[in-house]
Write a protein that binds this ligand. Structure first.
Ligand code: ADP
Ligand code: MG
Length: 571
C-alpha cells in the first residue's frame, strides 16, 4: 500500500482509543471535568455496563454558550494555555482530549448553564458530527449524557468484559474520586439502583464508611506526615502525606484496596503500593495486603502527570524521597496506634453470643486478623502491662490476668516476637551466641542461592553463622547461632537463603531474624513449666512491639473485664 495521510475520522478514532479504553474511562474523564469545574455535587448514572448509558451531572461552573462547540474540538481546553503551564498542572484535565475522544466513539449530549445565566444550552454530537444545538433549561452546572459507547469501534467493544465487570470498573472509578474528594457529594446509580452515595462532609472517614463499610472504617488509622516533622531542610519539604490506612488487624488478599492520589489526582503507582506494603513489613501475614487511601501533596513541578492520555501514570522527580516519606508516615501511624485485639470485637463481628450462652467467641479466635477496636478509641500504647500467669491451655496458649482483663497468649507467636527482637539487638551489638560445629559441614546450593550467598555470607557472621566458600556452589559451615543448636539449622539456613533472595526493599536483617526466630521459637503443642511461661511473659512485656509476631500474627488476644461482666449478666 502506498503511504498516505489517514483521514481525520480514522485519526480521531485512533486517538479516542487511547482515552476511552472502556466505559469506566469515560466516567473517569467526565467526573474529572466536573471536579475541575469546582462542583460540590456529582451524580453518575450508568446503564448496560456503561455501553448504553453514562450520564454525569454536576453543579459546577458550566460552559458558556459561545464555547460549547469548542469544548468538543481536539486539544481545546480552558485549563492550560502554554507549554510552561505543563510544568505545573493543578487541574485534573489539561490535554483537551476527553470530550472530542468520547464524542468520536459515541453519541453525546451536553446540557450546561454557567453561573448567572438565565437558561442553559445543549449540543448533541454523534460520532464526531454535530447533530443539534440550542437552548434548554438546566440548573447551574453541566450534564453530559453518553450513549452507544464504542458501537463504531467493534474491535474495542469486543474486548469489553461482562456488564458486571464493566460495572465494577465504573464503581471503582467513582469510589476512588469519592475518596479523593470527601467534600464533594457523589451519587452513583447503576441500572437504576443507587450503589454509592457520599455525604460530602469533607471528612475522609465518611467517604471510607460509604466505600468500604463501617466495619472496615472502624479499623482505619490516620496518616499525617505534617506532625512527623522530617521534611525540614529536605529537597521536598513541602511534601505532605495524608490519608488513612488499615490497622494490621484488617487486611485483604489483593492489592486492589490501595488508593493513591497525587494532588488529589487518582493514579496507579507500583512505587507507592510498594512503599505502603513495606510499612506493614512484619505486621501482616504473607499474601495479605492493607487498605490505604493516601494523598501526596507536592509542588506540581515535582511530578509529571503528562505521561499517558489517561493521565493515570505519573513520574516523580525524586522517587526515593517520595518512597521513604510515604513508608515512614504509614509506619508511624501503625506503630503509634496498633492496639491489642479484643475478644469483644470478635464477638461483634460474628454475632455477639446471647448472655446465657457459653463463651462461643473462643472458637473463632483463629480468625482474629480482621478485627480490632474502633479507630475512635484505640489503645494507644504498644507496651504490655505486667501479667499474672494463670496457666496453659491446649499446650499452646498461655492464660494470664492483667489490669485490663484476661489475656490469651500464643506461645509460639510470642516467643517468635521475643527472639526476633533479641536476635536483632544481639547482632547489632555483635553479641550473638555461637555454637561451633564439631565437624564443619558442607552445604550445597543452587546457582540462584549461590548468587545470594556470595553477597551475604560474610554478613551472616553477625548472626552467628561462620561460613566460607568451598569450591563451586558449595560452602563450609563451621558454626551456627546457638539458638539453632540441636535444631534443624540446615532447614533454617535454606529458608533464610530464600528470604534473602526476595526482591523487596525490606531490611534483610529483619527478614533473617524472622526466619531464625521462627525456627528457634517454642512450638505450639509443647507443654511449658510455670517458670518457662513466666519467663516468656516477662520477656514479652519488655518487647517493643509485643502485640504481633514478626510475620504479623497476633501474639495475644484480650477478654476485657467489662466483657466478662456482660457475659455473666453482671451489668
Ligand atoms: P480538558 O479537561 O483536558 O480541558 P476536556 O475535553 O475534558 O479537556 O474538556 C474540554 C473543556 O470543556 C474543559 O477544558 C472545560 O473548559 C470544559 N468542560 C468540560 N466538562 C466540563 C464541566 N463538567 N463543567 C465545566 N466545564 C467543562
Ligand atoms: Mg477533561
Amino acid at each position: 500500500m502506498a503511504i498516505k495521510i489517514l483521514d481525520p475520522q480514522v485519526v480521531s478514532r485512533i486517538a479516542a482509543g487511547e482515552v476511552v479504553e472502556r466505559p469506566a474511562s469515560v466516567v473517569k474523564e467526565l467526573v474529572e471535568n466536573s471536579l475541575d469545574a469546582s462542583a460540590s455535587q456529582i451524580s453518575v448514572e450508568t446503564g448496560g455496563g456503561g455501553v448504553s448509558l453514562i450520564r454525569v451531572s454536576d453543579n459546577g461552573m458550566g460552559i458558556p454558550a459561545t464555547e460549547l462547540e469548542l469544548a468538543f474540538q481536539r486539544y481545546a481546553t480552558s485549563k492550560i494555555s502554554s507549554s510552561d503551564d505543563l510544568a505545573s498542572i493543578s487541574s485534573l484535565g489539561f490535554r483537551g482530549e476527553a470530550l472530542p475522544s468520547i464524542a468520536a466513539v459515541a453519541q453525546v449530549e451536553i446540557v450546561t448553564c454557567p453561573a448567572g445565566e438565565p437558561a442553559g444550552n445543549f449540543l448533541s454530537i454523534k460520532e464526531g458530527v454535530k447533530i443539534n444545538q440550542g437552548s434548554r433549561g438546566h440548573p447551574q452546572g453541566t450534564t453530559v449524557t453518553v450513549r452507544n459507547l464504542l458501537r463504531n469501534l467493534p474491535a474495542r467493544l469486543k474486548f469489553l468484559k461482562s456488564t458486571a465487570t464493566e460495572n465494577s470498573h465504573i464503581a471503582s472509578v467513582v469510589s476512588q474520586y469519592a475518596l479523593a474528594f470527601p467534600e464533594v457529594k457523589f451519587t452513583l446509580s447503576i441500572d437504576g439502583k443507587v450503589i454509592l452515595r457520599t455525604p460530602g462532609s469533607g471528612r475522609l472517614i465518611d467517604s471510607i464508611i460509604e466505600v468500604y463499610g463501617l466495619e472496615t472504617a472502624r479499623n482505619m488509622l490516620e496518616v499525617n506526615s505534617e506532625d512527623g516533622g522530617w521534611g525540614n531542610g529536605s529537597a521536598l519539604s513541602s511534601l505532605k502525606v495524608t490519608g488513612m490506612v488499615s490497622s494490621p488487624a484488617v487486611s485483604r488478599s489483593s492489592r486492589g484496596y490501595l488508593s493513591f492520589f497525587i494532588n488529589r489526582r487518582w493514579i496507579n503507582s507500583r512505587l507507592l503500593s510498594w512503599a505502603v506494603e513495606e510499612a506493614y513489613h512484619g505486621l501482616l501475614m504473607t499474601g495479605k495486603h492493607p487498605l490505604a487511601v493516601i494523598n501526596l501533596s507536592l509542588p506540581a513541578g515535582e511530578v509529571d502527570v503528562n505521561v499517558h492520555p489517561a493521565k493515570s501514570e505519573v513520574k516523580f522527580q525524586n522517587e526515593r524521597l517520595i518512597f521513604s516519606s510515604l513508608q515512614k508516615a504509614v509506619r508511624r501511624a501503625l506503630i503509634e496506634t496498633a492496639p491489642v485485639p479484643r475478644i469483644e470485637d470478635v464477638a461483634i463481628a460474628y454475632g455477639r453470643p446471647a448472655a446465657h450462652q457459653p463463651l462461643k467467641a473462643l472458637p473463632v479466635i483463629a480468625s482474629l486478623p480482621g478485627i480490632s477496636p474502633p479507630v475512635t478509641q484505640p489503645t494507644p500504647s504498644l507496651s504490655l502491662p505486667a501479667l499474672r500467669l494463670l496457666g496453659q491451655l491446649a499446650s499452646t496458649y498461655i492464660v494470664a490476668e492483667g489490669p485490663q482483663g484476661l489475656y490469651l497468649i500464643d506461645q509460639h507467636a510470642a516467643h517468635e516476637r521475643v527472639l526476633f527482637e533479641q536476635i536483632l539487638r544481639q547482632s547489632r551489638q555483635q553479641e550473638v551466641e555461637v555454637q561451633g560445629l564439631l565437624e564443619p559441614a558442607t552445604f550445597e546450593v543452587t546457582p540462584e542461592e549461590d548468587e545470594t550467598l556470595k553477597l551475604y555470607y560474610v554478613n551472616l557472621g553477625e548472626f552467628g553463622f561462620n561460613i566460607e566458600p568451598f569450591g563451586s556452589r558449595s560452602y563450609l559451615v563451621r558454626a551456627v547461632p546457638l539458638l539453632l543448636h540441636r535444631k534443624d539449622w540446615a532447614g533454617a539456613f535454606r529458608e533464610l537463603l530464600d528470604s534473602l533472595s526476595l526482591e523487596t526493599e525490606s531490611d534483610w536483617r529483619e527478614r533473617l531474624a524472622t526466619v531464625l526466630a521462627c525456627h528457634s521459637a517454642v512450638r505450639a503443642g509443647k507443654g511449658l513449666t510455670d517458670q518457662e511461661m513466666r519467663e516468656l511473659l516477662r520477656q514479652l512485656e519488655q518487647a517493643t512491639n509485643s502485640h504481633t509476631c514478626p510475620h504479623g500474627r497476633a501474639t495475644m488476644i484480650r477478654l476485657s473485664s467489662e466483657q466478662l461482666e456482660k457475659e455473666f449478666g453482671r451489668r
